[in-house]
Design a protein around this ligand. Structure first.
Ligand code: BEZ
Length: 249
């Protein structure tokens, strides 16, 4: 499946992604005058926050809709995949990424590209889904998809590596890992709840289903998850786990 994004739907159901980015921004510690690539910049709101510190931010995202939204915010953003970055060698002081790397199919090609576009001594600072991320959501969605004969649709949608495995991969590509942490971060969802989350973050999965089945799968997955992830007041929490790291070239 290929994930697709609707910037308005993302704003409604996914604003918490940028609101919770404070710690990875602290790890980035951007300095005025630096040139930083925001890899998977989405709608550019976080890029704008980084740029506000006097940083030259370049955004890149695989989604044309998100790139258009970032450009409207005044961010220099280009459509490209992380495995083939359209920039010369040694362009950036840092490559930053929040909640995007788990979508990248070619992790090794991406690491090679990040290493290539960073200046010597440059840093790769990112937060992504880590091992165990959204485990309950994935198991519930897979169970319901299997019941309807579409069990493979959720396979391999994202990668959620362990710190040990990701550190090994980064080192294979010449990075020195300075800091890395796996952080459970149960995350309260906005008013759209789990149905809104599924429709936004599994949009590609649902687009792969017959149209008449989509809302049935949403409703049955929500019902299966409710005892685990919804409280008595009706608030939903998603079982997020973050992998955050700083690596240098
Ligand atoms: C995450 O940030 O962990 C995530 C985002 C979208 C879908 C699944 C996980």
């Amino acid at each position: 499946m290929t994930q697709t994004w609707d910037p308005q739907e993302y704003e409604k159901n996914g604003a918490f992604v940028r609101e919770l980015a404070g710690e990875v921004l602290e790890w980035l510690a951007a300095k005025p005058g630096e040139r930083i690539l925001d890899l998977g910049c989405g709608d550019g709101q976080l890029s704008k926050r980084i740029a506000a510190g006097g940083v030259q931010v370049q955004g890149v995202d695989a989604s044309p809709e998100m790139v258009a939204a970032a450009c409207l915010r005044g961010i220099a953003a280009e459509q490209a995949i992380a495995e083939a970055l359209p920039f010369p060698d040694a362009t950036f002081d840092a490559v930053f990424s929040n909640a995007a790397l788990h979508w990248v199919r070619g992790q090794h090609a991406m690491m090679r590209e990040v290493q290539r576009v960073l200046k010597p001594g440059g840093r790769f600072v990112a937060e992504m889904g880590g091992h165990g991320n959204i485990a309950a959501i994935r198991v519930a969605l897979m169970a319901i998809l299997t019941r309807h004969g579409h069990g493979n649709e959720e396979d391999g949608v994202n990668c959620y590596p362990t710190p040990e495995g990701y550190q090994r991969s980064l080192e294979k590509h010449g990075f020195k890992v300075q800091r890395m942490a796996l952080i459970p971060r149960p995350t309260q969802l906005p008013a759209g709840g789990m149905a809104g989350w599924l429709r936004t973050f599994r949009r590609g999965v649902f687009e792969g289903l017959p149209a008449e089945l989509r809302e049935t799968v949403v409703a049955e997955t929500v019902a299966l998850l409710a005892p685990a992830l919804r409280d008595e007041a009706g608030n939903w929490v998603a079982d997020y786990v973050r992998l955050r790291f700083v690596a240098t070239t």
